[in-house]
Design a protein. Structure first.
Length: 591
């Protein structure tokens, strides 16, 4: 009889525990590594001049003591300005500071997405929304400081809190969810309002289905709203104290009415998506026929469809028609998934009308995720441009995974009646849309970052103080450096400049010059005619040392107006800079 010492057994237990821990942690480490690598490649590449003028230049004004709405107009709630103002105050007034901050936000968001996905499925399936989100990295300028890039984190954390409430019934989770939704409200008030609606609907649905009494939702609803009010009330109190609340309300009312007319970038036209849609429908029909008439060939057909569809999506640019149609079809993806899930939910509820409590136990988490995904997606709808769409896809990808996980047993059960390899075939079947979505994202968001030799296009470091470490294309570098040099050579740090050009608004930050107006750019929405006239009067009174205008025929009237007191001192690309005439400045000094 061989005896095993307790020390040996102890070492074996420790080794087994360590091996188990490593095995359990491997998917999360893969998600973290993928985020570090993918975001690390792009966090310091690209330059959106308009976004710098709209999000970073006003953050510097906040850092200098100005208050949004009172001292300058801003079309969103000020969360993004406060975040970047704090970062720049702590780490320096540079573009790199804001990029590192955004890098941290995006990485933590990715980990929150992984946590939610793992909670809904398993540790390996949780990598699906990670792969989808990294596949759809961002349209063109990946690390522009848009409010959506920050608020998604708080939306996902709020979703975690709501799911915890659904699981435990503890009202504290609802208060924490309300705080997270309040944080979203700080970045974009419209998304915050949409999430409030989703949260209230989710709470009401849970209580109605589990207790059959809607009145039971009053207390949970009040706890949820209390968290929101704590944040929104603090914001309102601060702005009222700074005499900016009325100005914010007035601007948002005008902005909402005007912006609703300009935001309608419609879904891709039927002619754009028709080729891919017809091919997809045909592939599904053929697959069903094979499954029912020649089931032994079904698995081979699914694999062939996966391979052929993938080859179409990675085809060279000469084969653009079907590929571009397939990428355009992604704009309809959130609508199709959300609409299909709503139809399925209505059908199931009708079938289980007498046992709604059980239905909610099985589908409550999925319902809550769907409501949060809808709220975030509706912020961009009906806009379908990929600049906006890509930023709201992570919650949709999470919901897509949850739907696949819920449908997987039914798919396997259906196939098992006809196939001996039902489990394997169902895996191939569910992997097909995931692979196609990832490849479509690679086509739209990754490949444009590379030239024909697969070198990154953005590889030239900006030679300006506030742009150190930022890599851009040569043409972009020449434009930006030329404009900054022109501004700095013809003005001092205390001088005012004003930009009519949207891209030129970045020069307030990049050239470290002051904006004497409440405008971030001239054509922004929600600006009254009286405010525009006040700017023209400021220019007529020669308060600005330099004026920046886009040199196009549409701006001929503006150029004629400023020509009375300003001389053209240089043009870089299509951006012209005008300087105050010496005699005019001398007269101003005498006065």
């Amino acid at each position: 009889m061989v005896r095993v010492s307790s020390d040996t057994r102890g070492h074996d237990d420790v080794a087994n525990h360590s091996a188990f821990a490593i095995k359990e942690a491997t998917p999360s480490l893969l998600a973290l590594a993928a985020g570090l690598i993918c975001y690390g490649i792009f966090f310091n590449r690209g330059l959106g001049l308009s976004v710098i003028g709209y999000s970073i230049a006003p953050a510097e004004r906040v850092m200098q003591g100005e208050v949004p709405y009172r001292d300058f107009l801003f079309n969103y709630t000020p969360g993004i300005l406060w975040v970047n103002a704090l970062l720049m105050k702590a780490f320096g007034t540079t573009l790199m500071t804001t990029r590192v901050g955004l890098f941290a936000f995006k990485l933590i968001t990715l980990l929150a997405l992984f946590y939610l996905a793992r909670r809904l499925t398993n540790r390996w399936a949780a990598l699906v929304p990670i792969a989808l989100s990294l596949g759809w990295l961002g349209h063109q300028q990946i690390f522009n400081v848009y409010p959506d890039q920050y608020l998604i984190l708080f939306a996902l954390v709020g979703l975690i809190c709501m799911l915890n409430y659904d699981q435990t019934g503890r009202l504290l989770w609802l208060s924490l969810c309300g705080l997270c939704v309040g944080a979203v409200f700080l970045f974009k008030y419209n998304v915050g309002v949409l999430l409030v609606g989703s949260g209230v609907v989710g709470i009401a649905a849970r209580e109605l289905m589990t207790t059959r009494r809607l009145k039971q939702a009053l207390k949970p609803g009040a706890m949820f709203l209390a968290g929101l009010v704590a944040v929104a009330g603090t914001l309102a109190g601060y702005l009222a104290y700074k005499h900016a609340l009325a100005a914010m309300a007035s601007h948002f009312l005008h902005h909402a009415a005007e912006y609703s007319e300009t935001r309608s970038v419609t879904l891709p036209s039927p002619s754009a998506v028709l080729p891919a849609a017809l091919v997809l429908v045909a592939a599904i029909v053929v697959g069903l026929l094979i499954l029912h008439k020649a089931s032994r060939f079904f698995e081979a057909y699914v694999i062939a469809a996966l391979v052929v569809g993938s080859l179409v999506l990675i085809a060279p640019r000469e084969a653009d028609t079907l590929k571009q149609s397939a990428v355009a079809l992604v704009a309809y993806f959130p609508l199709l998934i959300l609409a299909a899930s709503l139809a399925l939910a209505i059908w199931q509820i009708k079938r289980n009308w007498q046992d709604l409590d059980n239905w909610w136990r099985n589908n409550g988490a999925l319902t809550i995720i769907g409501l949060f995904a809808v709220a975030v997606y509706l912020e961009v709808f009906p806009r379908a441009d990929f600049y906006h769409l890509v930023r709201v896809l992570p919650p949709v990808f999470l919901f897509f995974l949850a739907m696949l996980a819920r449908c997987a047993p039914y798919i396997r059960s259906y196939l098992s009646e006809r196939l001996p390899t039902a489990r394997r075939s169902s895996l191939f079947l569910m992997a097909t849309p995931i692979v196609w979505l990832i490849l479509a994202g690679v086509q739209d968001t990754w490949l444009p970052q590379f030239d024909s030799t697969f070198h990154l296009r953005d590889n030239r470091e900006l030679a300006i103080e506030r742009g150190r470490g930022i890599l851009v294309e040569e043409k972009q570098a020449e434009l930006t450096e030329g404009l900054v040099r022109l501004i700095q050579d013809n003005s001092s740090p205390d001088d005012y400049i004003f930009s009519f050009a949207q891209r030129g608004s970045s020069l307030y930050f990049l050239a470290a010059r002051r904006n004497p107006t409440r405008f971030l750019w001239w054509r922004a929405v929600g600006i009254s005619s009286e405010e525009r006239e006040a700017v023209m009067a400021m220019i007529a009174n020669r308060r600005a040392k330099l004026i920046v205008v886009q040199d196009i025929a549409a701006n001929k009237e503006v150029q004629d107006f400023i020509g009375t007191n300003y001389d053209h001192i240089g043009t870089v690309a299509d951006i012209a800079v005008y300087g105050l005439r010496p005699d005019a400045s001398e007269k101003l000094t005498v006065n």
